[in-house]
Ligand binder design. Structure first.
Ligand code: NAG
Length: 275
């Protein structure tokens, strides 16, 4: 891909890698704690960092803010300064808003204990089926996709955020075999006849890794003095720039293919795809 990425602000240093960030967290802890508290804080800091990753994973789809403000596949993106943002047929519904993440320790309906209502909530996050877009929109995609047999003016897509959420839900369930059974029994392996156990769980961990690093939420989490603990403590209920979630869900629901799509019919397409 040939997209050129510019830094957000000219006076900013290039962002740290994840490993740098982890050692930064360690250094902050070391500098701010007495040696007595240091070991405990290190554990707390890494646990907190892990938690923040999980929290981000929950909101994967709504934190992302790459391009997508205009309907053109070319031109300067005003938010990120990407010279050639890739086209998405959903870009016209993207709206940005401020959102405060949940406070550490506050249980939401997405948390344990899990019951049928929790499962339903999670499923509703991604259960959007497959979407149809017009042939003209399909021609703007950097990757080609299939037309619908019998309705060749329309092509199929599904938005990646819903797949990421499916995977996060898969992992959530894999963590609770006492309720959901062993993950190996959730479905057939993704790769038929793979001698190594490249299972769905493995795939889901990796796709979430790719999603998190791709969307790279740079919202600073802050450290604030905690009177009860008598120490500075990290907070994840900071305010983020997020994509409005309902608008993206509405986009998907409005375009959901209701009829059966016969994937065994090969129609082919006649347009070219350029980056
Ligand atoms: C999508 O396009 C990129 C860039 O040309 C290419 O590397 C990738 O293999 C393509 N994937 C598919 C599924 O077409």
């Amino acid at each position: 891909m040939s997209s050129v990425y510019h830094r957000l602000l000219s006076d900013e240093k290039p962002s740290n890698s994840r490993d740098d960030l982890e050692s930064d967290v360690g250094e902050v802890i070391a500098a701010r704690s007495s040696s007595k508290k240091r070991a405990l804080m290190r554990v707390a800091g890494f646990a907190a960092f892990g938690l923040s990753l999980l929290t981000n994973a929950y909101f994967l789809g709504v934190n992302s803010r790459s391009s997508a403000v205009t309907c053109s596949s070319r031109g300067q993106d005003p938010v990120w300064g990407v010279t050639e943002p890739l086209y998405s047929p959903a870009q016209s519904v993207v709206k940005y808003e401020h959102r405060v993440f949940d406070k550490l320790g506050v249980r939401t309906p997405y948390h344990t204990p899990y019951d049928d209502a929790t499962d339903e909530l999670w499923r509703n996050l991604y259960d959007m089926g497959i979407q149809k877009i017009t042939k003209d929109q399909a021609a703007l995609l950097p990757n080609w996709t299939e037309p619908i047999p019998g309705d060749e003016g329309h092509y199929v897509v599904s938005l990646n955020v819903f797949h990421q959420l499916h995977c996060l839900n898969y992992l959530r369930m894999a963590l609770y075999p006492e309720r959901y059974g062993p993950a190996e029994q959730f479905g057939p392996p993704l790769l038929e006849g793979d001698p190594t156990p490249f299972d769905h769980t493995d795939h889901c961990v990796n796709i979430i890794r790719e999603g998190i690093t791709c969307n790279a939420d740079i919202t600073p989490d802050v450290w604030q003095w905690d009177e009860r603990r008598k120490m500075a403590f990290p907070h994840f209920d900071s305010v983020h720039d997020c994509r409005n979630w309902d608008a993206i869900v509405d986009w998907a629901k409005e375009r959901k293919i209701e009829d059966r799509w016969d994937t065994s019919i090969h129609v082919g397409h006649d347009h070219h795809h350029h980056l």
